[in-house]
Write a protein that binds this ligand. Structure first.
Ligand code: NAD
Length: 488
């Protein structure tokens, strides 16, 4: 790493096993969202930096693809060991650059570890299939091979888990990787690559190029990049999907969300309110599986009041403080955008049950916004349609489950949806009819684990094969079929 005159660290790229300065002359501040203090500067790298990284990854691929699969898997075991030893250090780094609460960050590290565990299973996962006697004296078999260089582009909200959705499995399958982390949370990515190299990954197998859209475009347009894994906001996901596909690449682009939680009249009100509160306001609502819309079925004002009382009692502050649940949003500019949504909600006629802007005035050090709840929101309002990605929750009303399901169907997003009920019939109907890819039954954040696909639908995902699970394996490998005749 290099330092500026004021001793602020300027992060470097990691290419071919070495830390190198970016060719770019522009840097951005990496801010601590809880203090607005500058943690480091991140370079806005150029297409030439991408070129160098892809060249290194392409060259490393020639030998890495032939490393026996169990040997590649053993590096994942060692990586898992190194990450586990540093579980607390990594969690603290997440809190520092992302702002989320330490407990959430600790959980994120755990989720990342599970991806490495899954990747360590490649000797089994990569097995092909055979069938003897497809015709007389003829057998057929299928082998899996890596693709080549894969590009990964990640968001700010899970600086550990999302990169680990990608490169451990891609690399264990024999690919090499160029990662472009979020420019808002680049510190953890550098630590991840450092430890990956320590675990035994050869030079050039995992490279990092910091920056913004120029680096992204460099990856999307490069003919030696065979596949793109992207996670981020909806407009960018769509753009990445279209541009990668136009360039003939395999692409998976995970996108934005608006997750509905349906509160049935028979549910345990206290528990449902608690789960919704944690889901909507934990990580400052900046989770793609956060609850951002609640559909209250029936005349359940008791639930609404319970939610308001609980929101009033929420602890707000720096994520390093163990008691805190609601932490700051990532940047002041994002908070301003969110305040715009709150004003629009009021203007469009939703009733503001709890206004989080008052905490903004009390907590001036970081990018804080208190829990904000709108009631009597209708599906056509902007706050019901758009992903706000902040501690702002919309309550919609429905007379029965059918109407609640139709509210969900109207959303263009389809990442997750949850129902709170004890009624088995309602659960079954919800499972069958809710128009989203990850369903929760009395679960606040129904995010899937590493061995299942992260299965967003509609505008929450562009592509065919999701990250993780067998989808992830299929995404990072291509199949070769062998047909052999033995009476020759
Ligand atoms: P973002 O779209 O702003 O950034 C994501 C990545 O794209 C970053 O690396 C960024 O540098 C790059 N990027 C941004 N604008 C670009 C442009 N114009 N051209 C090319 N590249 C560009 O997203 P974010 O704010 O970092 O992350 C939050 C978003 O990610 C939310 O919408 C959230 O729902 C989504 N997300 C989705 C999932 C999922 O599984 N579906 C998971 C995590 C986050």
């Amino acid at each position: 790493m290099t330092t500026t005159s004021k001793d602020t660290v300027v992060l470097q790229n990691y290419i071919n096993g070495r830390w190198v300065d970016s060719r770019g002359s522009v840097t951005l501040d990496v801010e601590n969202p809880a203090t607005k203090g500058c943690l480091a500067k991140v370079p806005i790298s150029t297409k030439e930096d991408v070129e160098e990284a892809v060249k290194a990854a392409k060259s490393a691929f020639q030998s890495w693809r032939n490393v026996p699969v169990p040997k590649r898997a053993r590096i994942m075991y060692e990586y898992h060991h190194l990450l586990t030893e540093r579980h607390e250090e990594l969690a603290k780094l997440i809190v520092l650059e992302n702002g989320k609460a330490y407990k959430e960050a600790y959980g994120e590290v755990q989720r990342g570890l599970e991806c490495v565990e899954f990747a360590a299973g490649t000797p089994t996962l990569m097995m092909g299939e055979t069938l003897a006697n497809i015709a007389e004296e003829i057998d057929s078999s299928m082998y899996r091979y890596p693709l080549g260089v894969v590009g990964g582009i990640t968001p700010f909200n899970f600086p550990m888990m999302v990169p680990l959705w990608m490169f451990p499995l891609a690399v264990a399958c024999g690919n090499t990787f160029v990662l472009k982390p979020s420019e808002r949370t680049p510190l953890l990515a550098n630590r991840l690559v450092e430890l990956f190299s320590q675990a035994g990954a050869p030079d050039g197998v995992l490279n990092i190029v910091h920056g913004a859209h120029d680096v992204v475009n460099g990856l999307l347009d490069h003919e030696d990049v065979k596949a793109i894994s992207f996670v981020g906001s909806q407009p960018v996901a769509k753009y990445v999907y279209e541009r990668s596909a136009a360039n003939g690449k395999r692409v998976q682009a995970l996108s934005g969300a608006k997750n509905h939680h349906v509160v049935m009249p028979d549910c345990d009100i206290e528990k449902a309110a608690q789960h919704i509160l944690t889901s909507a306001f934990g990580s400052a609502g900046q989770r793609c599986m956060a609850c951002s819309a609640v559909v209250v079925v029936g005349d359940n004002d008791k639930f609404v009041e319970e939610l308001r009382v609980k929101a009033d009692a929420l602890s707000i502050g720096n994520g390093m403080d163990e008691e805190v649940l609601l932490t700051p949003v990532i940047r002041e500019s994002h908070r301003e955008k969110v305040v715009g949504f709150i004003k629009q909600g009021v203007a469009e006629g939703a009733s503001l049950l709890r206004d989080g802007r008052k905490e903004m005035e009390d907590l001036t050090e970081g990018n804080y916004l208190g829990p904000t709840i709108f009631d009597h929101v209708t599906p056509d309002m902007t706050i019901a349609k758009e992903e706000i990605f902040a501690p702002v929750l919309s309550l919609l009303r429905a007379s029965d489950l059918d109407e609640a399901l139709s509210h969900i169907e109207k959303s263009r997003f389809g990442n997750g949806a949850t129902i709170y009920t004890k009624d088995a019939k309602a659960v079954r109907q919800f499972r069958e009819e809710a128009d989203a890819g990850m369903i929760g039954v009395n679960v606040g954040v129904p995010a899937t684990m590493a061995f299942f696909p992260f299965s967003g639908w509609k505008d929450s995902f562009y592509g065919d094969l999701h990250v993780n699970g067998k989808d992830g394996l299929n995404f990072y490998t291509r199949k070769k079929m062998i047909t052999s005749r033995f009476d020759f």
